[in-house]
Design a protein around this ligand. Structure first.
Ligand code: HEC
Ligand code: HEC
Ligand code: HEC
Ligand code: HEC
Ligand code: HEC
Ligand code: HEC
Ligand code: HEC
Ligand code: HEC
Ligand code: HEC
Ligand code: HEC
Length: 308
């Protein structure tokens, strides 16, 4: 048994030594060498933000130019090409491709927990949105105009931005990234952090809406908890809506009555808010548009019932 095993053992040792030798021989050769056979890629590369890694001359070879992403090129060059002797993204799993990019971008993207983001967990890799060599614009190296990148997979959202009342994303006035961070987002502080939806907090903790609608920011002497705790989506459809003011319901009172049901220990008086009272008779059209009286619905500095 032992005698038979010996040559096998030697064979393994020899193979291991040989492959260690091959690995040691696979050196970095520099981006200039790639030019001859990949002129199309090379010619535009000076416009790429990654060109900086060559131009600075300060980075070590494993973080420089073509080989910064594709790995050492010597074996590939000596073999006059090939796919399995170089870091070919077409051969990588999404996880491997992600790691190749994060080798340098972990510092910025780690902060937003990219590894746990809804996109990463669904197997979406960087190159589903970015195109390193064929981006129409050097800024952010996106494969297409941003919204078209997103609509490629989220086709239903295009229709939401085509509704009668909407944020003007399709018109190019705003972008998805005004509210979302496609790389990931930490759990937000509103809605008990339950529906992150890659929504990017503004000023680190705020709802993104407040970046632009700063009059709704407060703090108010009398807050409407729905705004602060449940978030703007409690009443508004952030993308678009059939209803004016992007409201979730066509009639304002149906929206309010979803919470102000008159049940339980709910309300400042602690005995529930009886909206079907003599003062709030829902059969009377006058009472149906709640915000004609409760005008400061997002919060007030003067009145606990948001009447002014
Ligand atoms: C920032 C990372 C990065 C750098 C730097 C980079 N590449 Fe690429 N390369 C990629 C990715 C990712 C792909 C896969 C295709 C895609 O997503 O665009 C790719 C694809 C390729 C391909 C396959 C064919 C093609 O055109 O898509 C070749 C060849 C190539 N790269 C060569 C190079 C050369 C030569 C350089 C240096 C001038 C270079 N790459 C620099 C990331 C990089
Ligand atoms: C002697 C010519 C030659 C040189 C020099 C060369 N390549 Fe290539 N490379 C090729 C050929 C040919 C292929 C296509 C292999 C295939 O499709 O099977 C290729 C394929 C690739 C791919 C894989 C593309 C894919 O399908 O995903 C990458 C990445 C790549 N080269 C990067 C580089 C980099 C980086 C350098 C410089 C370090 C370089 N090449 C230098 C000839 C060359
Ligand atoms: C070798 C290190 C390195 C690797 C690997 C790397 N990058 Fe980069 N990346 C950089 C540097 C450096 C910049 C320029 C940053 C700057 O301009 O401040 C950059 C810039 C970018 C930008 C543009 C940022 C902007 O502000 O316009 C994008 C997008 C990007 N990288 C995506 C990727 C993707 C996708 C991959 C993987 C395919 C990748 N990077 C791999 C170093 C790297
Ligand atoms: C779902 C689409 C998507 C994926 C997946 C994606 N990105 Fe991005 N990325 C974007 C968009 C959109 C922007 C532009 C953001 C803006 O306009 O503010 C961007 C911007 C960037 C920037 C520059 C600005 C910044 O936020 O730092 C870098 C660097 C970057 N991406 C790297 C990567 C890397 C590396 C990966 C993979 C680990 C990746 N991205 C995956 C869509 C994506
Ligand atoms: C005005 C801010 C804003 C803009 C702009 C925006 N979103 Fe959203 N989006 C949100 C908010 C807030 C949510 C969470 C809604 C909820 O949980 O009720 C969301 C949810 C989503 C969801 C999850 C939907 C679901 O019901 O599961 C997707 C997908 C999405 N957005 C994609 C996009 C795309 C693609 C774009 C650009 C074309 C975009 N969003 C632009 C604010 C925005
Ligand atoms: C390659 C396809 C693809 C692209 C491109 C893409 N997404 Fe996604 N997106 C997905 C998948 C898959 C999910 C996970 C679906 C799920 O969990 O329901 C997702 C989930 C989301 C979510 C919901 C996250 C959650 O917590 O439920 C938002 C928001 C989102 N994407 C926004 C964007 C934005 C903004 C862009 C453009 C910058 C974009 N996506 C580009 C495939 C994509
Ligand atoms: C990048 C800036 C920006 C962000 C972020 C933003 N909005 Fe807006 N919003 C606008 C602008 C500008 C309008 C004016 C309508 C238009 O574009 O025609 C508007 C309109 C509205 C309207 C309708 C106002 C009316 O008079 O009909 C509502 C409601 C609204 N936004 C709610 C939100 C909510 C909720 C969020 C967060 C999910 C949000 N917005 C995020 C810029 C923004
Ligand atoms: C409790 C439900 C509710 C919540 C939560 C809410 N809104 Fe509103 N919002 C309304 C109603 C109702 C209107 C319509 C008022 C009217 O018709 O006069 C409105 C109108 C608006 C308008 C257009 C008119 C104006 O006052 O400028 C904007 C913009 C707006 N809301 C933004 C926001 C933002 C941003 C948030 C989150 C910080 C938010 N809303 C949270 C109920 C709500
Ligand atoms: C998402 C649930 C929710 C929605 C929708 C909602 N509210 Fe509220 N509202 C609350 C909560 C919670 C309080 C605080 C009750 C308390 O103090 O115990 C409150 C308080 C109030 C108060 C102050 C009186 C009091 O008892 O504190 C008024 C007035 C009010 N809401 C009116 C409205 C109107 C009008 C609408 C429709 C535009 C509306 N609310 C929609 C949850 C909601
Ligand atoms: C005609 C003006 C007017 C309209 C319309 C109106 N309210 Fe009021 N609301 C008031 C006044 C005045 C008060 C304070 C006195 C009282 O409790 O009747 C009040 C009080 C409230 C309170 C606080 C009750 C408490 O126990 O402190 C809530 C909650 C409320 N309204 C919700 C609504 C809702 C929901 C609607 C729409 C279905 C609505 N209101 C429509 C004038 C109005």
């Amino acid at each position: 048994m032992l005698r038979r095993a010996a040559p096998l053992f030697l064979l393994i040792a020899w193979a291991a030594a040989k492959s260690a030798h091959a690995a040691a021989a696979n050196q970095y050769v520099g981006s200039e060498v790639c030019r001859k056979c990949h002129p199309d890629v090379w010619l535009n590369f000076y416009k790429n933000p990654h060109y900086k890694t060559i131009a600075s001359g300060k980075e070590p070879p494993e973080r420089t130019g073509c080989e910064g992403c594709h790995g050492p090129g010597q074996a590939h060059v000596e073999a006059l090409g090939g796919k399995h002797n170089i870091g070919a993204f077409s051969e990588m799993t999404p996880q491997q491709a992600l790691e190749a990019c994060l080798a340098c971008h972990r510092a910025d993207l780690g902060k937003v927990h990219i590894e746990r983001s809804a996109h990463t967990l669904a197997g979406i890799a960087c190159s589903d949105c970015h195109s390193i060599h064929r981006s129409p614009t050097p800024k952010f190296l996106l494969a297409k105009v941003q919204r078209e990148v997103c609509y490629g997979c989220h086709g239903n959202v295009r229709a939401q931005f085509a509704m009668p009342f909407k944020h003007r994303v399709n018109e190019g006035f705003m972008e998805c990234s005004d509210c979302h961070n496609p790389h990931g987002a930490p759990a937000p502080l509103w809605r008990m952090g339950l529906r992150p939806r890659l929504v990017e907090a503004a000023l680190t903790t705020e709802q993104p809406c407040l970046k632009c609608h700063s009059d709704k920011r407060g703090p108010f002497a009398f807050e409407h908890p729905a705004v602060r705790v449940d978030g703007c989506e409690a009443c508004h459809q952030p993308h678009g809506s059939m209803n004016a003011r992007l409201l979730r319901r066509p009639a304002v009172f149906t929206l309010c009555l979803e919470c102000h049901t008159g049940l339980g220990a709910f309300g400042r008086q602690g005995d529930g808010i009886a909206v079907q009272s003599a003062t709030h008779d829902m059969t009377n059209p006058r009472y149906q548009n709640c915000t004609t009286c409760h005008v400061r619905i997002h919060g007030s500095n003067a009145d606990p019932r948001f009447l002014r």
